[in-house]
Design a protein around this ligand. Structure first.
Ligand SMILES: *Cc1c(COP(=O)(O)O)cnc(C)c1O
Length: 219
């Protein structure tokens, strides 16, 4: 089932769009089934859980932190994380930089832009993201690299609203891309809206429940 889904998405997604298999709450056996079907990028939203899975699994996996990051936990993922999707402050970038330096790594990040109308979604305004990218402090950070943007659309059945939020993010991405040569990735789209996201220019989709099945948070 999981292996079939990995194959399905590999066939379905355009070549330039990367699949992040969102494996949060799922056991290592499930991740290994995806791994054995060829999947090498996994997304988690809890640092502790990601670190435990990293220890147990093959070392050619790219681990993506897709959840909100608390500054005091950055150290646990700094040795191995491949991409941090949801950076939403200069303070957090400074912390990631510090731990990148300690581990002699340059850690790649995406800035999360708030596009949803819901209050609950984290993220920066385009203006605040611009302030960060053009700030002197940011430009002195040698062990962190902002390689793109990430966003989450409103959880709704209204396809035109989702499309319009993805368009907003794509415009923002195009604007930053012109001025910052490192900006290449646009992480948008989940199980329910990845097709709309790809149509609007996503380079990276984060798909969880459609691959691994519904999550049970009460276990
Ligand atoms: C859980 C999660 C996903 C995956 O959601 P599905 O609807 O299961 O595909 C994608 N992005 C983020 C940030 C998430 O937290």
């Amino acid at each position: 089932m999981i292996a079939e889904q990995i194959t399905f998405y590999n066939n379905q997604l355009p070549e330039e769009v990367k699949l992040v298999a969102v494996s949060k709450t799922k056991p290592v056996e499930d991740l290994m089934e995806a791994y054995n079907a060829g999947q090498r990028i996994f997304g988690e939203n809890k640092i502790q859980e990601m670190a435990e899975k990293w220890e147990q699994m093959p070392k050619d996996i790219e681990w993506h932190m897709i959840g909100h990051v608390q500054t005091n936990k950055v150290k646990y993922m700094a040795p191995f994380v491949s991409l941090i999707h949801a950076v939403d402050s200069l303070k957090l970038l400074k912390e990631i930089n510090k731990h990148g330096k300690n581990n002699e790594r340059i850690i790649s990040c995406l800035l999360q832009i708030k596009i949803a109308s819901e209050d609950s979604k984290f993220g920066l305004s385009q203006e605040d993201a611009k302030k960060i990218l053009t700030s002197e402090i940011f430009n002195e950070l040698t062990h962190v690299k902002v390689v793109g943007l990430m966003g989450m659309a409103t959880f709704t059945d209204d396809q035109s609203q989702i499309t319009s939020e993805f368009k907003t993010l794509k415009n923002c991405f195009d604007t930053f891309k012109k001025e910052h040569s490192n900006i290449k990735e646009l992480s948008m789209g989940m199980s329910g809206d990845y097709q709309l996201a790809i149509k609007e220019g996503s380079t990276m989709v984060r798909i969880g429940s459609a691959i691994f099945g519904a999550r049970n948070y009460n276990k």
